[in-house]
Write a protein that binds this ligand. Structure first.
Ligand SMILES: [Zn+2]
Length: 256
């Protein structure tokens, strides 16, 4: 029975993967064509299969602190995001191993890594796009995007149909100070839509906040990650193993 489910899952997963690696996925209807996500979920839950090439991040960095915002309601959509079946972080083997080096170095300086998001399935990104196009849902506006209306978020790249996270080697994180037992002060909150999230937005940052951002950024860069200029928390492995593949398996890990 399990073998049958596993085989079914592989077939469905292959269909979805090839579908999402197509360059014609700008049409959101095409993104939603397969009605099989529930089949994929049940195949995952019932089988012992875990996605090849990925690892459970806490198997590599056991003391990483996880606060997976898209599993929770504390995110810009205010609800659990599609595809997040467990509050865990999955990354490609290569990205996780590089992040372990970051963790080891920062631990010597008194910090642990706090993870907000890692691998993100295409179905979650599709959920973001649907959210951005629903003008009636403004549940979290005052917390995450008080200056903007939803169409601005989509038109200016805050929300996009594709995300580097979906390739499995991108991570959103901050630092946790083991002396104070609190997150370090980065001068801004994860997923804030605005220029204050730009890593070097010195107009609103204290020297200490900027130093905290640079500590995270410099250590990530040292160990092979590249930053972006719009989000201080977001990094992608420079030599990512699947640069053209947008995965759709859920955030789920079957612990044997
Ligand atoms: Zn990110």
């Amino acid at each position: 029975m399990k073998k049958h489910l596993f085989t079914s899952f592989i077939m469905v997963a292959c269909l979805l993967c090839s579908c999402h690696s197509s360059s014609k996925q700008e049409d959101s209807n095409a993104d939603n064509t397969p009605a099989e996500p529930n089949d994929v979920y049940s195949a995952y839950v019932d089988s012992t299969h875990n996605p090849e090439g990925f690892v459970l991040l806490t198997d590599v960095i056991p003391d990483a602190i996880l606060e997976i915002r898209y599993y929770s309601t504390y995110n810009f959509a205010g609800t659990r995001i599609d595809g997040y079946l467990q509050p865990i972080a999955l990354l490609t083997v290569e990205a996780a191993n590089a992040l372990k080096k970051v963790s080891d170095e920062l631990k010597e300086q008194g910090y642990r890594l706090k993870i907000y998001d890692a691998y993100r399935p295409q179905q979650a990104v599709d959920h973001f796009v649907r959210w951005s196009k629903d003008p009636n849902d403004t549940l979290t506006k005052q917390y995450f995007y008080p200056m903007f209306e939803k169409p601005y978020l989509f038109d200016n790249g805050y929300i996009a149909r594709r995300s580097g996270h979906t390739r499995g080697s991108t991570v959103d994180l901050t630092l946790f100070d083991m002396r104070t037992e609190k997150e370090v002060d980065m001068g801004g909150t994860f997923d804030w839509f605005g220029v204050e999230s730009h890593p070097s937005h010195t107009a609103t940052l204290t020297r200490q906040q900027l130093a905290n951002r640079m500590l995270l950024r410099n250590t990530m860069v040292k160990h092979g990650f590249k930053p972006i200029e719009t989000e201080w928390w977001h990094f992608t492995l420079k030599n990512e193993p699947y640069p053209d593949t947008y995965f759709n398996h859920p955030v789920y890990w079957n612990v044997q």
